[in-house]
Design a binder for this molecule. Sequence first.
Ligand code: IPM
Ligand code: MG
Length: 361
Amino acid sequence: MTKTYKIAVLPGDGIGPEIIDQGIKVLKAVSEKFDVNFEFTGALIGGAAIDAEGVPLPDGTLELAKNSDAVYLGAIGDWKYDELDPAIRPERGLLKIRKELNLFANLRPAVVYDELVSSSTLKEEVVKGVDIMIVRELTSGLYFGEPRGIEKRNGEKVGFNNMFYTESEIERIIRLGFNIAMKRSKKLCSVDKANVLDVSRLWREVAQRVAPDYPEVELSHMYVDNAAMQLVRNPKQFDVMVMENTFGDILSDEASMLTGSLGMLASASITDKGPAMYEPSHGSAPKYKGLDKVNPIATIMSAAMMLKYSFDMDREAGAIEEAVKQVLKAGYRTYDIMSEGKTLVGTSKMGDLASEFVLKN
Ligand code: IPM
Ligand code: MG
């Protein structure tokens, strides 16, 4: 009997539900075409969970996630929660599930499709052929360091966070960066701010210490401000980049614009044990909610990453990647990547097309 892979589906807020629907369509096409079975079970997270249960990550959702083979997440957040106590804001649900599942590495591939070179705001010769893998540390650093807070000191308020890393936390993400580099072009750029931050000096020290274990990989170091500049000046110099949580949050949004749209950037949040989580890198875009307008490709490509990284289904993942390329080649575009002479389609149609191409191939 073929195994059934259990997928926890957490659509979240804003455009989350509509983009996740497209990913599920495509996964259903994959199971129709190949001999694989998926079982989808939905649960609430983020604002949707706050509305229903008063907390952004209900215990039942976490339980479901832990007992699944993979988690498929849409997006989180809505401005209607902006005034909430920070402890129960929608984003807290996302940070908590990352931490609870120990998803210490976030892989964000920024790949520029030939069909979309003209969608980027940068010059064609700068972006054509870009293929970067950003490896973002996801469960520590500035996002999680203690102490943190806002308090009164000497008659005024002070706010503080703490960029904190243990040596072992740095080592596991750096080693993962090296391992990914081994499977690609054997170039790893470690991004830090070692000229100013102590935590970055430790980061660099650890990177240099483990480097001899990967003699084939060429390791370089770059300050984060310079990396932000180099990403738009000459992105093709990069292959795999590894960095702290906040640096990765910022640089991955920047890298997405090389590809033409934030709507193209998939992501995988992985761990060494237990289920991984797959989600687009973009947010919940509440103003587009329910309009059948946004680009579901990042979410569809996140499903491909799920098949590849969690289920070892390289062939099936390849079928999704190929289908997306063919949809673009056939000239279909959502509004964010639209250009003259192409066919404008909505979210749902884009999902249908990707599914059709999976079945056709
Ligand atoms: C991301 C998002 C999240 C983050 C938000 C929604 C908490 O920006 O996944 O990049 O900051 O990590
Ligand atoms: Mg972000």
